[in-house]
Write a protein that binds this ligand. Structure first.
Ligand SMILES: [Zn+2]
Length: 255
């Protein structure tokens, strides 16, 4: 059975709704705009490439009255103002998926300029309150280190999940590398946590959910580019992913 399809994603969203999870945009979480006594999920999407696939996902969520946060990279292939506008018009939040220190090879001063410049480009479209680091696997620079020297809060940013969410209390589930919480191919998308769930397939998550075994607070990181609408797309993604994960494994061994 094929995993990472829109049908399965829809089933997952429907199960979350049945269990009465509220979908909270990250900015609203930090503005305390949610119901305190109900379970919640922060549905987060990192838009690394193929922004069109994010738009498809945004539409699907909208059809179920679900709100999410889309973190956009600002590289030319991803920064598409029309797509960003369409996604925000569907009621979703736009965040900034920054990679400034990797972009400037560890030059802090140029990196903060890069951050300011690209944040300003996004701010023209949406008042950005949320940022999240993009872990560029080919770079040795971890862009989060920028915040050892500078302070993102001075840019009206409310949160960077790696620093502002307590993942001992909020379960973090990521599909990075097109597998669930797979640390063997996951270079930087990891958090400190004592939660210990093992999911092989999306169905496993749905099963845990239906049986009430998941905690009341979840952040889910889904890369829309891994998910397919139809069979042709599904095989394309599978092949591309296979090659990328192979390269990532080699890079990880070198560290
Ligand atoms: Zn990313």
């Amino acid at each position: 059975m094929k995993d990472f399809t829109y049908d399965i994603y829809k089933e997952f969203l429907t199960s979350l709704k049945k269990r009465e999870y509220q979908f909270v945009k990250v900015e609203n979480y930090f503005n305390n705009k949610y119901e305190k006594d109900k379970p919640l999920i922060l549905m987060r999407h990192d838009v690394d490439r193929y922004p069109n696939r994010s738009l498809t996902m945004a539409r699907l969520e909208n059809s179920l009255d679900i709100k999410a946060t889309y973190y956009f990279r600002t590289i030319p292939q991803t920064f598409k103002p029309n797509i960003i506008k369409e996604i925000m018009n569907l009621g979703h939040e736009i965040g900034y998926h920054y990679e400034s220190l990797a972009e400037t090879n560890g030059d802090y001063e140029r990196a903060i300029n890069d951050f300011e410049l690209n944040l300003a480009r996004l701010n023209q479209l949406y008042p950005i309150r949320s940022i999240a680091m993009h872990g560029r696997p080919t770079s040795k620079w971890d862009s989060r280190l920028l915040w050892e020297k500078y302070d993102y809060k001075k840019y009206n940013i409310l949160s960077e999940p790696y620093f502002d969410i307590d993942f001992q209390k909020v379960l973090y589930i990521t599909d990075a590398g097109r597998a669930w919480n797979n640390e063997s191919i996951n270079l930087r998308d990891r958090v400190d946590t004592e939660f210990n769930f093992l999911f092989h397939h999306t169905k496993d998550i749905i099963e845990h959910l239906n049986e009430g075994r998941l905690p009341n607070r979840i952040m889910m990181n889904i890369h829309p580019e891994h998910w397919a609408k139809n069979s042709t797309e599904w095989y394309q993604i599978l092949i591309i992913r296979g090659v990328k994960n192979f390269i990532k494994k080699i890079l990880l061994k070198r560290k």
